[in-house]
Every structure is written in C-alpha cells, then in structure tokens.
Design a protein around this ligand. Structure first.
Ligand code: ZN
Ligand code: ZN
Length: 457
C-alpha cells in the first residue's frame, strides 16, 4: 500500500509543485516516523506488561495504587523528561460476592454482575420478574405494576463500527435502576450492554444512586430469562454484596516530552489507567495507554525532541464518571489556552479507519500533507466531525481545546467491553501497530507544524 501511496504523492507533486516542494521535507519526515512507529513494539509491550504485572485496575482497589506506581516507573524508564502525579479523590465503590438464580418454576443459576454504584442486598432479595422492552416503557409504566417486583429491561445493543448501538442501549444501565426504584421496585436487572453471546455479564457505571440493587445479566442469561418469561411467571433471587465505602484518592499520571522550541505549547494525548475489575483492562483501556505512549516515544527514539511538548496523560477513574479528566481540566484551567490540541484513545485496539478534527476549514497546507500521509495507513480524513476527542477529553473540549479523533473499528469492542473477557490476548498486534503509526503521524504534524488550532480559538 505504501508504494501505491508514494506513487500518488509523485503525481500530486508534479501538479502542485509550488506548495508541495515546501512540504516535501515534512512529508518525508512524517512517513519516516510513521514507518518507524509501525515497526516499534514499545506500546504493545506496555499494555502486555501493564495487564500482566498489575492486572485489573479498578478505582479504589490496591491494584489502582499499584497501577499508578507502575505507570510512573514505566514513563520514567521510557525517557519522558517530566513525570508526575496529581491526586484525584472520589467515592469508593466496592464489589463483593454476587449471584442470582431463578427460584421457580425451574430453579437455575443466572450469571450477573452488579452495576457500578449499586447498593448490596444485605441478604438475598426475591421477587417476581416484570419485563420492559426498554427504558422508555419502564418510565411510562404504572408504579402499581412495578412495586415490590424485580424489574428487567430487555433492550439489546446492536453492533456498529462506531459503537452507535451503545448510546441507545446504555441509558437503561445509567438510569434504569433509578426509575425502577422511584416506582418501588425491589431490584433491577438489565440485559448486558454488549454485543457478544458469551456468558459474561458487562458491568458499567450508573448515573443514578438508587437504593435498590442493580445488576446486568449476560446476554445468554437474558435470553434464558426471556424464554422463561414467555411461558411462565418467574421468581428470581439476587444476592449481591456491594456499595460505597468512604473515599479514595487515586492519581492522574502525567508524562511530558518537553518541546524544543515551544515548550509551553502542549499536545495532549493518552488513555485511562483505571479499568473495571472483571477482566484485566486490556482493550479498555490498557490499549489506549499503550498506543498513545508507543506513538509519543518515537520522538525519544529518534533523538529529536518535538517542537511542542507532547504530554501523555494516564487518567484516573474514567469508568466511574471521567473523574480524573474533570480534575485535570480544573487543575490546568489557567493553561488550557496553551493546549494546542487533545485526543484520547479509548475504543479498544481495532484498526483506525478514519480521522476527524474540529479544526475549521480552510485547512492549512500541512493538514493536506497529513491527509495524504495518513492514507499510507488507509485512513481517510472525514473532516470536521469531532465528537469531543474521546471520553477523557470531553472536559477539555467543553472548555474550547481543539480536538482530533482517530476512529477505530469498534465492531468487536462491545463483545469484550467491561467483561471478564477483556484480556490481553484479544489485542490484534497488527491492528495495534497500525494505531501506533497513526498516532505518531498525528503527533508529528501537531507538534511540528504551524499552530493553526491556536489561531482559530
Ligand atoms: Zn474506556
Ligand atoms: Zn470502560
């Protein structure tokens, strides 16, 4: 593919020799760093080691602390010239044992996991199950139908390259238990927000703080429950130990490669260091930390510092509400006008298939070169379609920081997301390396070229 693209460049060169001759050097350097990044396994080894030597990194656990210490050490070992932590304090949600089963008419176990923020049952809670197709029909239900019952919401997430099914389905996880509790329900169950057919339930945070237990059934268990409900009245028991226990202080881990010409100007990239507790946080989001760090270190390996500062942030506690991200935006508020552009990798390790920015037209010349060089990885520019730059970038985006996003193929992401199946073996190395190369290319242009993003603020 690279040779085809280079041939295309030659054609463009002939047709636009005035600006291309000035950009030729830039193109050559960008291609050099892109190819070096694709071959270099630093980022891949980072996610391998993080998921092996630390494992799951749920906020508030001792592994969260080990993860922070590990990340500081790894950033330093890789040669970042400034590495530091910033404290992030949040309510500490703890998961204990969790189980559920059908009592009658056919006794059998159900595979569940508590949703983040759920209370425990303090002993088994039993009730008849009442099913709703989606959150909206639960909202419209007569409370008399719900009171004392175990509410089950059946909405199934559909598969989509950009994860479009997630937003539509996840509202039931975020709000459903709160709505059910207001109507007097005894407990709340959802079909997992996931696209797989494995017997792994998907956890994830609720936005509400209901006083009833809330849990997700794996997709096959949800199917089973629905088959039972189609013919019978069903009684289920839930026994979950969970709840908030005081506060915990974790840390954002921040690492800079200080710029050689404009050290105060920052290109911010990264991922979130925390994960849920069920898997080892490989695709969510060890991959994002590995991809972005692997891209940044290309500048260290080439022995040529970037003109602007490249900052990698390993955010604390994204999973329970972008808590580290909001902390960063607040703590760095006075210098956000020096954040030239920001982006996070937090959608697994599938190949990048397009990129977007919220940089306004007309694009500067170097952006045209960037578009061509990204085509070397088969990644077309889709224009001004940025969606906040990634979850942990939203607080910066809201304060006016320019963003870009490398869109990954997420068709498999929600098979694994927030389950026990989110482990290192699920990362495809070639796809991972294509990500690293794409990020290194973006870093090259944003760190080295004229700061159009700043001028447009
Ligand atoms: Zn994530
Ligand atoms: Zn997540």
């Amino acid at each position: 593919m690279n040779s085809v693209i280079k041939t295309c460049f030659a054609v463009v060169l002939a047709a636009n020799s005035v600006w291309v001759s000035a950009s030729d050097d830039v193109r050559g350097q960008a291609i050099t760093i892109q190819e070096a990044a694709r071959a270099d396994l630093t980022g891949y080894h980072l996610v391998r080691d993080l998921t092996t030597e630390v494992g799951a990194r749920m906020p508030g656990t001792e592994a969260d602390k080990r993860g922070v210490d590990w990340m500081v050490k790894r950033f330093k070992a890789l040669g970042f010239d400034k590495v530091w932590t910033e404290p992030v304090t949040f309510p500490n949600w703890v998961r204990g044992a969790e189980k559920a089963w059908v009592n009658a008419p056919f006794k059998q176990d159900l595979h569940i996991t508590a949703l983040g923020g759920s209370v425990g049952t303090e002993g088994p809670v039993s009730g008849d199950v009442v099913m709703f197709a989606d959150l909206e029909s639960l909202k419209q239900a007569d409370p008399a139908l719900v009171a004392g019952k175990i509410v089950y919401v059946a909405k199934r997430m559909f598969r989509h390259i950009e994860g479009a099914g997630y937003g539509e389905a996840v509202v039931a996880r975020a709000q459903g238990a709160g709505v059910a509790a207001e109507k007097g329900a005894a407990a709340f169950l959802i079909r997992s927000i996931g696209t797989d057919s494995h017997r792994f339930p998907h956890t994830g945070m609720m936005s509400a703080r209901p006083n009833i237990v809330a849990a997700a059934l794996s997709n096959p268990d949800a199917d089973q429950l629905e088959r039972l409900l189609a013919k019978h009245a069903i009684s289920v028991t839930i026994d979950v130990n969970a709840g908030f226990q005081g506060e915990y202080t974790s840390h954002n881990v921040i690492a800079d490669i200080t710029g050689s010409e404009f050290p105060e100007e920052i290109i911010l990239i990264g991922g979130h260091l925390d994960s849920w507790d069920l898997g080892t946080g490989a695709i969510d989001d060890g991959a994002g930390i590995g991809i972005t760090t692997g891209a940044a270190v290309q500048f260290l390996k080439q022995g040529q510092r970037p003109k602007r500062t490249i900052r990698v942030v390993a955010f604390a506690n994204e999973e329970q509400g972008l808590i580290g991200a909001y902390h960063y935006a607040k703590a760095h508020e006075a210098e956000l006008d020096k954040h030239i552009v920001a982006s996070e990798s937090d959608f697994g390790a599938g190949p990048v298939w397009s990129w977007v920015t919220n940089i306004d037209e007309p694009l500067p010349t170097w952006m045209n070169v960037a578009r061509e060089v990204m085509m070397g990885l088969e990644i077309p520019y889709r224009g001004n379609h940025a969606t906040g730059g990634g979850p942990d970038i939203i607080p910066l985006f809201q304060k006016g920081v320019k963003v870009f996003r490398l869109n990954q193929d997420g068709r498999d992401y929600f098979d694994l997301h927030h389950t026990a199946d989110d482990t290192f073996d699920k990362i495809d190395r070639d796809a991972f390396q294509q990500n690293v190369a794409a990020w290194a290319t973006m870093l090259y242009f944003f760190a080295q070229q004229p700061a159009v993003a700043t001028e447009q603020k």
